[in-house]
Design a protein. Structure first.
Length: 113
């Protein structure tokens, strides 16, 4: 997996910090202890993390903190396909896809309220 400045990334968050999307703003090849990556999330938060904090594949298990937006989107699309298959088998006439809004799952238009 190659990381470069301008690449879109996904941060998985943790108990105290919500997930978010952002961009790599700088890669420091010689940070004194290895390669570091400066990230600015779309909501303004900034991180400086070691290159080793990135995973080539997002698994959705909390163990992959930083991945490319492409890796996250591939995982998300696969979960949506699985959800649709399961839901159609259970009730083929009714299917509502939920949207992620911050840390809450809501029906479209609900905005977490």
């Amino acid at each position: 997996m190659k990381l470069e400045e301008g690449a879109r990334v996904y941060y998985d968050g943790d108990m105290a910090n919500p997930p978010g999307l952002g961009v790599i703003v700088r890669i420091c090849e010689d940070a004194g202890w290895g390669i570091s990556v400066d990230i600015r999330l779309d909501d303004g938060r900034e991180f400086n993390v070691p290159r080793s904090a990135f995973s080539p594949e997002y698994k959705g298990d909390g163990g992959t903190r930083f991945v490319t937006e492409e890796a996250y989107s591939a995982w998300r699309e696969a979960r949506i396909v699985e959800f649709r298959k399961r839901t159609k088998k259970q009730n083929p006439k009714r299917l509502t896809v939920i949207h992620h809004a911050g840390s809450h799952f809501t029906e479209p238009g609900n905005r977490g309220r």
